[in-house]
Design a protein. Structure first.
Length: 314
């Protein structure tokens, strides 16, 4: 049996996430304490009690989701008596979840990840003036069709496939006028659904180049270790085992497509039979339910999930 641990991205955040884990497991509580210290502020208080509109800000949501995922990891490790890297064969994370995956795999220090994600969130938000960019979901069209309509919609602007999330589930990103055109073109092309998303910036497209440059400088100053189990990277959808490759992949990820459908195909090729989603929400297990039929799917969000999984691991 081959197992992959996966970590959610932005949009999964919810006030109160991780609180039960922190109350039940000292190791989970320590994760939030380390992140608070790294950021120089009580992010955990915002995570546990809100308000939601402040937690949802990109600069807060990104480190908060990472902290919640790592709290789940440390709780599982405490309950099972084994490191996560002894329980799984691969790790992967959706966008910011890739940082969670790297911490879980021993490739990146928790405090460094918190600081990088705070910088990443601020830089991504500042890269494009508010209202100038947009993102849209397109459901029911294949990737070549989405790429074609994105190119048609772009004109002199930017419209790109930002997230290839699963079969028939795509997200476009770019200039607001171009993405709005793409929504209408997708409807005309027979998409089951095509709509603008409530997001604060056009992530994962070339408009994020200033953020990639700023983050790249910080990544170059950060120490990385080889992951103890391979990371299936967003940018390549291929396993990564070398520390030297990580800063470049994380920098490129800011402007590049998140190849999650292809990453799931890689999981299938690697013989994955169980997928464990650690952290808030069930987005990634939901995508896997469609694209990885027959794979056992597990969510770890609260203490009861930790106990059940630890018991099943023996």
């Amino acid at each position: 049996m081959s197992t992959v641990a996966v970590f959610p991205g932005q949009g999964a955040q919810s006030v109160g996430m991780g609180r039960a884990l922190a109350e039940a497991f000292p190791a989970a509580r320590e994760v939030f304490a380390i992140v608070d210290e790294a950021l120089g502020e009580p992010l955990s208080r915002l995570v546990f009690t809100g308000p939601a509109e402040v937690l949802t800000l990109t600069e807060n949501a990104q480190p908060a989701l990472m902290a919640t995922s790592l709290a789940a990891v440390r709780a599982l490790e405490a309950a099972s008596g084994r490191p996560l890297t002894a329980l799984v064969d691969f790790v992967a994370g959706h966008s910011l979840g890739e940082y969670s995956a790297l911490v879980a795999a021993g490739a990146l220090d928790l405090a460094d990840a918190a600081r990088l994600l705070r910088l990443r969130g601020r830089a991504m938000q500042a890269a494009v003036p508010v209202g100038a960019g947009a993102m849209a979901a397109v459901l029911g069209l294949d990737v070549p069709a989405v790429e074609t309509l994105a190119a048609q919609a772009a004109g002199d602007g930017v419209c790109a496939l930002a997230n290839d999330n699963g079969e028939g589930q795509a997200v476009l990103s770019g200039d607001v006028a171009a993405v709005t055109r793409a929504v209408e073109l997708a409807k005309a092309a027979g998409a089951k659904r095509s709509l603008l998303l409530q997001v604060s910036a056009p992530f994962h497209c070339e408009l994020m180049a200033p953020a990639a440059a700023e983050l790249g400088a910080a990544l170059a100053r950060t120490a990385f270790q080889a992951p103890r189990v391979p990371l299936i990277a967003n940018v390549t959808a291929a396993p990564v085992r070398e520390a030297a490759a990580l800063p470049g992949l994380l920098r490129e990820q800011v402007t590049a497509r998140v190849r999650w459908r292809e990453s799931m195909a890689t999981m299938r090729e690697l013989g994955v039979t169980r997928l464990i989603e650690l952290g808030q929400g069930k987005v990634l297990t939901g995508l896997a339910r469609r694209d990885l039929p027959g794979v056992s799917l597990v969510n770890v969000q609260g203490p009861e999930d930790v106990a059940a999984l630890a018991a099943s691991l023996g």
